[in-house]
Design a protein around this ligand. Sequence first.
Ligand SMILES: [Zn+2]
Length: 228
Amino acid sequence: MKDVTKNPEVQHMRAEIARIGRFLFDRQLTDAAGGNISARVDDVVCMSPSYSGSKRQWQLEPDDVLVVDFDRNILAGDGKISRETHVHFKLHETFGEYGTAVIHAHARNLLVFATAARSMPPVLEATRKFGVTPCIEYAPAHSPKLADNIAETMYGREHRISKHAAGVIAPWHGLFLMGKDLDAAFDAVERFDTNAYCIIMGQMLLANHSIEQPREMMETVIPNYTED
Ligand SMILES: [Zn+2]
């Protein structure tokens, strides 16, 4: 069997996955409870190991990142294969010609949409290109059915994957997306989460017009205030 760790592209991708995992965790784009990252290099997939959040707090070293073939044999890396491996392989197998990276994330603001089992429309120029991010039919975490539901909802959005990324919201669970590469996938997780934040906060702002009253009061109470 060939030694995949001799392939500099594979080794680079393992380091990138470790780095992106830290970013996701630091920026509350995923949490200790879950998330996983994978990226294909030719005919192997580099993948964050199981329990990257709960046991390693997303402080992965490059050698922790698994290298797995399409028969799901671990060729390198220290750990067990992710429990969401069905989703990762389903997307790599089905949409591999459009994108190379898959991220599953428990992004804080996006989780509000998952909690409400709602699809998410774009509300920013930075997210318009994604269109509506659909909420899929429920299937249990780690199940092959979840992988099927995600793939079904991805059909017809291949052009979005090849340009940037396309995602779905799994109800009561989180975000799954595929990007044209790992940078695009990470970028999309952050854009989706910011979009979710803007919807949530925008609804609070628009529902509360009482800011006018204290503002008028301030104008009356401190009419002549100057800096000096
Ligand atoms: Zn999860």
